[in-house]
Design a protein around this ligand. Structure first.
Ligand SMILES: O=P(O)(O)OC[C@H]1O[C@@H](O)[C@H](O)[C@@H](O)[C@@H]1O
Length: 294
């Protein structure tokens, strides 16, 4: 994989630089003059780290993440598309296991960003016979990470998709973490036979495996509070929020997660699954998802 070197930039506002990483997996580094930074692999357009100007690392990355074609990276922000969860395609679709192109970069006052592009290929057509473009922009705006995810139908037939930005947030300890902002929303509980319940509490707490799809929950800001502070997560267009931690038993079966690392993260995901998105020819859908410390 060779980068378009013209997309590397550096000026008084920050920089975008291009590197070779583990097993030759290329990655992009965004850096702001104030000291925030991010590392994003072309494989999966996978954001692996986001550090703010105070040096706080917002994202969890597994110490055993496998840099191997066909395998999703564990941690950071995997992109699930065109299918969220299990179904006709492999779990969570193919976007997280595909190599994207770096398509555009910006280093300006107030924003340093990179845009990644994935288009249909012979490979994707075997499992998803449609013409599409995915444009994914990752922006550092001060101490906030903002993402813009755009899906375009470039073909002559309509297609349907579901998807997610499956973010793994660092927490000091999962058993003293609360997720707030989802009171009153209906959720599908994947650890209770996908039965539906209404969230009654202000705080979602973790005492065992928790795997829930909060339906239309993305209409609220969600806060993740641990002993070290609060992460604020905001959404537009994305409808649903998945909250997930595997806890000890399920984590034991995940070969790409280090010993005890399940205690160090919670996934709070921007998801589109309760309503399948149908895109007619030439139609687009876009959603934003952002997070920062309060
Ligand atoms: O191991 P994967 O394929 O990355 O999936 C991780 C988890 O992703 C979550 O979004 C699902 O709700 C969980 O059920 C699933 O276990």
């Amino acid at each position: 994989m060779s980068f378009n070197k013209d997309l590397a930039k550096s000026n008084a506002n920050g920089s975008v630089s291009l590197h070779e990483g583990e097993n030759g997996f290329p990655f992009v580094t965004l850096q702001t003059a104030a000291g925030a930074s991010a590392k994003i692999y072309l494989y999966g357009a996978h954001v692996a780290t986001f550090k703010d100007s105070k040096g706080r690392d917002h994202l969890f990355m597994s110490s055993k993440a496998e840099f191997k074609q066909g395998k999703a990276l564990r941690g950071g922000i995997p992109i699930c598309w065109p299918q969220f969860g299990p179904g006709k395609l492999p779990q969570h679709g193919f976007a997280r296991n595909s190599t994207w192109q770096l398509n555009d970069t910006k280093v300006e006052e107030g924003v340093t960003s990179a845009t990644f592009l994935l288009k249909d290929s012979e490979e994707t057509k075997k499992v998803f016979p449609h013409s599409f473009e995915l444009h994914y922009t990752v922006e550092l705006k001060g101490d906030e990470m903002n993402t813009v995810f755009l899906v375009k139908n470039c073909g002559s037939d309509a297609f349907d998709w579901t998807g997610a930005l499956h973010t793994y947030f660092n927490v000091a300890a999962i058993d003293s973490t609360s997720v707030k902002g989802l009171k009153g929303f209906t959720y599908v509980d994947k650890v209770q036979d996908a039965k539906e319940f209404e969230e009654k509490g202000e705080d979602i707490k973790f005492t065992s495996q928790l795997d829930r799809v909060y339906l239309k929950g993305a209409s609220n800001d969600v806060h993740i509070q641990d002993t070290e502070g609060t992460e604020k997560v905001t959404f537009s267009s994305w409808k649903d929020v998945v909250v997930w931690n595997p806890w000890v038993e399920k984590a034991g079966g995940m070969s790409d997660l280090g010993e005890g690392e399940w205690k160090k993260y919670v996934c709070v995901e921007a998801v589109q699954v309760s309503d399948v998105v149908r895109l007619e020819p030439q139609q687009s859908w876009s959603g934003t998802y952002a997070f920062s410390k309060l």
